[in-house]
Design a protein. Structure first.
Length: 242
């Protein structure tokens, strides 16, 4: 009898290890950022407008009121920025709609007539995975983009995970990665600039670097995603100069 009890306890221990291993494997499958070879930057919370990045201007289209997440899997979701003249991009700031883990991928795209090409892509760390809409985070680019001209798109990566209803999940404060979007019926005074680029890699670490302009979906919302740099248009600036 004692031998049977030991065997049963041994089986339970093995089963516990197996379940724990599978749970780790499943959670790791959600976002495989530890294996990413992309550069990493650390975001910091912005406590107030006065704590915005201290450079010339921040281009902002949103009204700072989170409304939903875009229901799209494996896409770069943010805004199409249309500044005039030559400018730099040194930092970004944003609110999240949802997040799984403590990081998210960010991409800036140069938009040309035929295609959009990656200007910069990085893994942004230091992010929360609960009540994520409550805080604006800012992150400086590891290498600022200088002397850029023309329009560009900046945004965060919607998860490639298809479980938990992520392809249709528009809620706030869940676990399906995405940037917060404002309501599409209220023009904050600058028009609508929401843009999404569908990616083709189908992986948790985005690898697509060039897409045809036909793969860009412009929509009547604004992402709470802002860019900061020199020579951005005066009429759309929020100043934070020391």
């Amino acid at each position: 009898m004692a031998s049977k009890s030991k065997s049963f306890l041994g089986f339970l221990a093995f089963l516990s290890i197996l379940i724990g291993t599978q749970a780790v494997a499943d959670s790791g499958a959600r976002k495989a950022d530890p294996n990413s070879t992309l550069p990493t930057v650390t975001a910091r919370p912005v406590a107030s407008p006065g704590d915005a990045p201290q450079v010339v201007g921040t281009l902002q289209y949103d009204n700072d009121t989170p409304f939903q997440r875009r229901a799209q899997t494996d896409a770069s979701v943010g805004n199409r920025f249309v500044p005039a003249g030559t400018h730099s991009i040194s930092a970004v700031s944003f609110r999240l709609a949802q997040n799984y883990g403590s990081s998210m991928f960010m991409t800036l795209w140069d938009v040309n007539p035929a295609s959009a090409v990656v200007l910069a892509r990085t893994l942004v760390g230091g992010l929360p995975n609960s009540t994520v809409t409550a805080t604006v985070f800012s992150a400086a680019l590891g290498t600022p983009i200088a002397a850029h001209s023309g329009s560009f798109i900046g945004g965060l990566h919607n998860t490639a995970y298809t479980g938990l209803g992520c392809p249709s999940n528009t809620n706030l404060n869940g676990t399906c990665d995405g940037v917060a979007l404002t309501a599409g019926t209220v023009d904050p005074g600058m028009g609508f600039h929401g843009a999404a680029i569908q990616l083709a890699a189908g992986g948790f670490t985005p690898t697509t670097t060039v897409v045809a302009t036909g793969a860009i979906a412009d929509f009547t919302q604004n992402a709470i995603f802002r860019v900061t740099g020199d020579n951005l248009p005066v009429e759309l600036m929020n100043f934070g100069v020391e």
